[in-house]
Design a protein around this ligand. Structure first.
Ligand SMILES: O=c1ccn([C@@H]2O[C@H](COP(=O)(O)OP(=O)(O)O[C@H]3O[C@H](CO)[C@H](O)[C@H](O)[C@H]3O)[C@@H](O)[C@H]2O)c(=O)[nH]1
Length: 331
């Protein structure tokens, strides 16, 4: 029997890549998205149900119609800068939507959920690579709201039949290697798309948010992981829950950290154009260094970050950006 998976945020960047992977693996991904930050054009691999996660009766209707076997919960507001400027917006959107979804799922008897968490739950830490048991000390409302959703899931898993796999992603990057879908935000705030667009000459400059961090070149260090590797982990997570395993939390990263300047230089080399830089102020809410230890996901799920080299991520992002029309642009 074909399995239906409810994909919240399926019109967004990671969600649309997950839908493609699900479809290729024989599932039917049912996208549920309010199109606040996602794109109708990105929903290509299964049915679309437009709706807001805070709308319980709409969710009940969708659960009754499709009877999904599991949920992949990508939908969230996810801009660290914006979450620092407007924390209330993040608490309202992320907590209320996740809580409503979880209650609707349990009421509908849909007990398996794969949840998108983030390395932003860790905040500023001065020891080595971050693991599942590293302390959670978020320094922005985005990370704090994601930590709270993890807690909500844990309490429901204790009191109901709900089971979860929580993936804490590090910096998801790259795009579908076939360039059928890509990463599109409006406004764009993420480093790799901005660097690629600048190297292509679509933007005049790239501003680096602070070069006085306690890192070797003074710019922030991040662990970039290919979106294709991230969605591959989600399929393994589905199988993990299907096989009767218990709820788990896994970090998903490449295990390697790169500074903003290293990433800029690599993008210039790959795309072949200069990236004129402006050194700006620090962006509030940014940690100096976030690098994963993803050995737990590798051991339990058999996952590996196969495509997560900077070269592949930048190349795939570049190809998608050059091939696809931005969904916000007029046709
Ligand atoms: O124009 C820019 C954009 C970004 N940066 C810097 O580049 C790094 C990466 O920034 P991104 O905005 O690309 O990514 P974030 O680390 O802020 O955020 C990403 O990782 C987070 C976890 O830390 C969340 O999961 C979030 O949703 C995801 O976008 C940061 O140090 C940021 O300050 C710049 O210097 N200039």
């Amino acid at each position: 029997m074909v399995k239906h998976i409810l994909v919240t945020g399926g019109a967004g960047y990671i969600g649309s890549h997950a839908c493609k992977a699900l479809r290729e693996a024989g599932y039917i991904p049912v996208t549920y998205d309010n199109l606040e930050t996602g794109w109708r054009d990105a929903v290509r691999f299964g049915p679309f149900e437009e709706g807001d996660l805070r709308d319980r009766s709409r969710l009940d209707t969708v659960f009754a119609k499709w009877r999904p076997q599991a949920i992949m919960h990508f939908a969230a507001l996810s801009e660290i800068g914006e979450s620092t400027r407007d924390p209330g917006k993040y608490w309202r959107a992320n907590i209320l939507s996740s809580l409503t979804l979880i209650e609707a799922a349990v009421a509908a008897g849909c007990f398996n959920i794969i949840h998108s968490s983030t390395c932003a739950v860790y905040g500023e830490q001065d020891h080595g690579p971050l693991r599942e048991d590293s302390p959670l000390q978020p320094i922005n409302a985005y990370g704090a709201s994601k930590r709270a959703i993890e807690d909500i899931l844990k309490t429901f898993a204790r009191s109901t039949a709900l089971k979860f796999v929580i993936f804490r992603y590090f910096n998801v990057a790259g795009a579908d290697p076939a360039a059928e879908i890509g990463e599109f935000h409006r406004p764009e705030t993420h480093l790799i798309p901005l660097a690629v667009e600048t190297a292509l000459g679509h933007r005049d400059t790239l501003t680096i948010f602070g070069n006085d961090y306690p890192t070797p070149d003074g710019t922030c260090i991040r662990d970039y992981v290919h979106v294709v590797d991230v969605v591959a982990a989600h399929l393994l997570g589905l199988e993990w829950l299907d096989a009767g395993n218990g709820s788990e939390v896994f970090c998903l990263g490449s295990g390697r950290g790169f500074s903003i300047l290293e990433l800029v230089r690599e993008t210039e080399a790959i795309v072949g154009g200069p990236i004129p830089l402006i050194i700006g102020a620090r962006r509030p809410g940014d940690a100096a260094r976030l690098v994963s230890d993803s050995t737990a996901a590798e051991a339990a799920l058999g996952w590996a970050p196969r495509r997560s080299t900077l070269e592949r991520m930048i190349t795939d992002a570049w190809r998608a950006r050059s091939t696809l029309k931005h969904p916000a642009d007029p046709s």
